[in-house]
Write a protein that binds this ligand. Structure first.
Ligand code: AKG
Length: 289
């Protein structure tokens, strides 16, 4: 599914985009499921365990910013991450043993879809080693106009930047003034719907508001090597192992010499990265009024 050259590019840059991995039939099915889920948001006026809502959401005009853990909401999301082409790519990048850490569906609606400020995923969920990546499944054609994810090549071997606010609480974003050069070198993850990006857990990334007249839905899966153990701990060992994608349960974590900052004390605004970042005054991207 991917060449040795692409594997080397991932190792060097910490990010690759693989064109059209998801077949047209599955893409149509997952879009239908998402349309139903978004319609279901009309029943709520507040964030829930399933929905993170855009500012301006009303039951009459549902505006969903994120479906929080899609793999818990509908089986199609588990089917996609466990599909043969996806597993083949993951095995080449961080395998053989693989475990799903989590998933989320970021829905950047036309005209107002919210930005995500600059951050490293590693700041949110440090592990005993960093053989961890996020898959970004492009559910729409994505170009510069509809807010592609922007990733800075090479930052996956750098430090873990400070994601805390001046009050000492975790905020889930980096002060943009401290990473001006890195922001200037970021590259967009673009492609046709069905393409997938793979970015290293330590790679610096962010993404702008969608100001186009087209949606940009991005389905994200966080996948760890099965011997990478979360430093925040494992509450339920059976549930932890139920997320194995390949290989057997592991009770001997592999330790690597990696920079760590714990996301503690926790963000004052919980619920999603959007909420965590909302308490900060350090935003880089423009937001809808
Ligand atoms: O939706 C995007 O473009 C960025 C997603 C992201 O970085 C995140 O949700 O952690």
């Amino acid at each position: 599914m991917i060449s040795e050259q692409q594997v080397q590019a991932y190792k060097r840059d910490g990010v690759i985009v693989v064109p059209e991995v998801l077949d047209a039939g599955t893409l149509a099915r997952v879009r239908a499921v998402i349309a139903e889920l978004v319609a279901g948001a009309a029943k709520t006026t507040e964030h829930t365990d399933v929905y993170d809502l855009e500012p301006g959401h009303t039951p009459e005009n549902p505006r969903v910013r994120r479906i929080k853990a899609p793999q818990k909401v509908h089986p199609i999301f588990d089917e996609i991450v466990r599909s043969e082409p996806v597993i083949a790519i993951l095995k080449k990048l961080i395998g053989p043993g693989l475990r799903l850490h989590g998933s989320k569906l970021n829905m950047k609606s036309a005209q107002y879809g919210s930005p995500v400020e600059w951050h490293q995923d590693w700041a949110f969920y440090p592990h005993t080693n960093d053989d961890i990546l996020a898959i970004g499944v492009l559910l729409d054609d994505c170009d510069l106009a509809n807010g592609p994810m922007l990733v800075t090549p090479g930052t996956h071997t750098r430090e873990v930047w400070n994601h805390h606010g001046e009050d000492g609480y975790f905020e889930g974003l980096i002060d943009p003034d401290t990473i001006k050069d890195e922001i200037g070198r970021a590259v967009p993850c673009m492609g046709k719907a069905g393409s997938m990006s793979f970015h290293h857990v330590r790679a610096l990334h962010g993404s702008a508001q969608n100001t186009s007249d087209r949606p940009r839905n991005l389905l994200l899966y966080e996948v760890a090597a099965s011997d990478a153990w979360p430093l925040a701990g494992v509450k339920d060992f059976d549930e932890f192992n139920s997320r194995l994608l390949t290989g057997d349960p592991v009770i001997v974590p592999r330790m690597a010499d990696v920079p760590i900052r714990m996301p503690l004390p926790p963000a004052k605004r919980q619920g999603s990265i959007y909420e965590n970042q909302a308490s900060s005054k350090k935003s880089y991207f423009t937001r809808a009024a």
